[in-house]
Design a protein around this ligand. Structure first.
Ligand SMILES: [Zn+2]
Length: 204
């Protein structure tokens, strides 16, 4: 969760520091009223790769788990490519560059809902199938987290636009709550593959 959201966790801090800039333009796209005027440090492709490498390195230093570090790094950079699908052309390739890209799925509310909810559902299915609850927190906590994320998502799509950039920046610090909740739930779940894989190995 931290890796996949990392660019959006950096972003509000860069807004508060005045390094990056956003404006609220209701109706800018069918889904999102934010005009991302400038966000080269958090959301240029080049910096996304840099953040991904740094994130993977820190993960590797802390955990010494190479596959985990690679997956974490890929999650960081995957954020940029998923943003690329939905944003209008406001994502820079390099900081200071004039080329900005984005396929603009947010121009269509139905297409956005189908695509984003499909990705959300796929993530839930993969996680639910590859882990098993170790206890009640692992079981009900997961569904609590799913409902919480769904409520935040629907609120952001159908709710009123935020009043100003500072409100966005402070409200976005709430992403830490999602990271901590996910960490807590995950501590109460176990890999599901361990038993079936062992059985399969034994039968071979
Ligand atoms: Zn983003």
């Amino acid at each position: 969760m931290l890796a996949a959201q990392f660019l959006d966790i950096l972003w509000p801090n860069l807004l508060l520091l005045g390094v990056e800039e956003v404006r609220i333009v209701p109706g800018l796209t069918a889904v999102n009223p934010l005009d991302f005027v400038s966000y080269p440090i958090s959301h240029s492709l080049a910096m996304a790769v840099v953040w991904a490498v740094l994130f993977g390195l820190v993960y590797w230093v802390v955990r010494r788990y190479r596959a985990g570090a690679v997956v974490a790094a890929l999650c960081v950079v995957s954020h940029w490519f998923l943003d690329f699908i939905v944003h209008v052309p406001d994502l820079p390739l390099v900081p200071g560059g004039s080329v900005k890209v984005g396929l603009g799925l947010w121009e269509s509310l139905p297409a956005t809902l189908v695509a984003e909810l499909a990705v959300f559902a796929a993530g839930i299915v993969v996680y639910e199938r590859t882990t098993v609850a170790a206890d009640r927190i692992g079981r009900y906590g997961l569904w609590g987290l799913v409902l919480f994320l769904a409520a935040i998502y629907l609120g952001s799509v159908f709710g009123p636009p935020p009043p100003d950039a500072a409100t966005i920046a402070w409200a976005d610090q709430g992403q830490w709550l999602v990271v901590l909740l996910a960490y807590w739930v995950d501590r109460h779940r176990r890999p599901a593959a361990a038993v079936p894989l062992a059985n399969r190995a034994a039968s071979l």
